[in-house]
Design a protein around this ligand. Structure first.
Ligand SMILES: Cc1cc2nc3c(=O)[nH]c(=O)nc-3n(C[C@H](O)[C@H](O)[C@H](O)COP(=O)(O)O)c2cc1C
Length: 125
């Protein structure tokens, strides 16, 4: 199981590193890499122009087939627009929204996401 993430200002990277699990960043300069094992996608929330690299990654090779779900991060001050990037990706690619958190996550968020990853990892063995 891998965590594949996009980050613009580093909050998602911080969260991923707190999880201490295998991970790889989607680099906007080259989002075209393939995965051959299940992964979870983590994305912050920005306009589509910024996050279209995630679509590029998901649509490359068989990547979409290996995606088990999406974890969205954002800022609740955006109200109805909270984590809309993750929600849109889930709708567009029929993926489950696994969890939502703000900024670089609280210790509780870390605990919850570790549980989710463990559950999905178990289901894939
Ligand atoms: C220009 C800008 C627009 C944003 N728009 C939204 C938004 O519409 N909804 C939301 O939930 N968060 C929004 N955010 C918050 C970020 O998604 C949030 O801070 C996230 O943790 C940043 O992750 P990153 O540091 O990995 O890029 C926005 C942040 C910025 C700077």
């Amino acid at each position: 199981m891998q965590l594949i993430y996009f980050t613009q200002t580093g909050q998602t990277a911080k969260f991923v590193h707190k999880l201490g699990l295998a991970n790889r960043k989607i680099n906007p300069a080259d989002p075209f890499f393939t995965l051959k094992e299940p992964f979870i996608l983590l994305t912050p929330t920005y306009d589509e122009e910024t996050t279209s690299v995630i679509n590029d990654f998901l649509e490359y090779g068989d990547n979409l087939k290996y995606c088990l779900g999406v974890i969205g991060s954002g800022n609740r001050n955006f109200a109805q627009k909270f984590i809309y990037t993750a929600k849109d990706i889930c709708l567009d690619y029929s993926l489950p929204l696994l969890y939502a958190y703000e900024f670089n996550g609280t210790p509780q968020d870390v605990k919850k996401v570790k549980e989710i990853v463990e559950r999905l990892d178990h289901g894939n063995k």
